[in-house]
Design a protein around this ligand. Sequence first.
Ligand code: GDP
Length: 484
Amino acid sequence: LTSFTDEARIALDTITGRAATMFSPSLRLGVTGLSRAGKTVFITALVHNLIHGGRLPLFEAYKSGRIARSRLEEQPDDAVPRFQYEDHVAALVEARTWPDSTRAISELRLTIEYESASAWSRMFSAGKLSVDIVDYPGEWLLDLPLLAKSFRDFSREAVELSALPVRAELAAEWRKLAAGTDPDATADEMTARRLAEAFANYLKACKHDERALSTLPPGRFLMPGDLDGSPALTFSPLPLKEGAAARPGSLHAMMERRYEAYKTHVIKPFFREHVARLDRQIVLVDALQALNAGPWALADLERALGEILACFRIGRGGFFSDLFAHRIDRILIAATKADHLHHESHDRLQAIVRRIADGAVKRADFTGATVDVLAMAAVRATREGTVRQGREELPVIIGTPLAGERIGDETFDGKTETAVFPGDLPGKAEAVFETAGDVAVENAIRFVRFRPPKLERTAEGITLSLPHIRLDRALQFLLGDRLA
Ligand code: GDP
């Protein structure tokens, strides 16, 4: 009888365990993009709008009044830093400054209590969805291809790339150091450090170069997170002689060991513990910056996006499949900061992003998830108006440019509201991709950065939540079906 009871108890526990996950389902939403793409601002705006009664007419569950309440809860992963939502809101709303950007992985749990639209589901579901938002640098995703590369391949490619005309100058210091180093010499920590620093400086210089050069791995050299200065990051590719194996105790052997350690202790756990567990993903891109830099930068954005999408490509067997037991079923590629344009250009921006995304999907040979694109502003820092010029009424955007921003001869103080003529995007998306050498298209949009907006108050004295453009569309695509 005892054993029967035990078995019954175990069975019951299993059932209630299953029921618990069935009745309080969760969804892991990844938020990524290269640095400055707008991840921090997006997450903060998303949560603020859901908690503070945002205006979200295109988010169906919310519009129809089925969402009873959204609140922050303790996150399930104790070892991951929490996304510092409160600090970011204080910066945006109180100080009207942009919050500190993403530098490492962080997480936040938002729980939505809702009423299902169908009577059938209402009977079985408590109507609670926990959304675990995972914020992480897009730079880290670009490390995935390293898993398939030996130290020798990695070194050869790095040396070849650094010799290309566009990069040679930026890589000069590292190339000189590497050329003067004998890989077979006895390992020495100072040499390793100097080479690693010079290599990291070269990668950072590529990232900040105005020619918008593609981002090269190792991703942690650009965004070290909590690994700054650790031995796993103190390595560098070396100019190796064809075929020469590493002599034990040599610099070559030391660098090879650290490179392998980086793969084992940094890249693999990141993919296994974080990326592989995601259900949905939003990839933010700074399309306006690329538009400004010209067709070359747009092509580069497409390439980087292709590499990012390749990380979510699953079920192909082979090298990465053991990392991905799970699958992402929806990916949203979103250009944020659309508030720098007049609304007439929003669809045009979206068409441009669609072209970039289509190219990236093709390039990554990507299938398996629904991919959509969107032009939005997580936080709308401007409003629209018109300015009379002669007989014409011209559309403008009005906002407070950040202190130090300039238009022509005028430098702003960060306090004065100003009307700005936004750039016009061409009606045909094709036009911006047409290459005129490396020169940016002539009507490229020049934009100033604005301060975050002052929150509006209603006649009853209620402060509204952060204004946005099409954030509700993003929510509908990412969460809508799970709240049906
Ligand atoms: P992250 O590196 O991806 O976390 O990027 P952030 O979210 O910190 O955004 C980088 C910068 O882009 C911010 O400091 C803002 O200047 C700007 N930005 C981001 N989102 C928006 C937006 O929706 N509207 C406007 N006007 N600027 C934005």
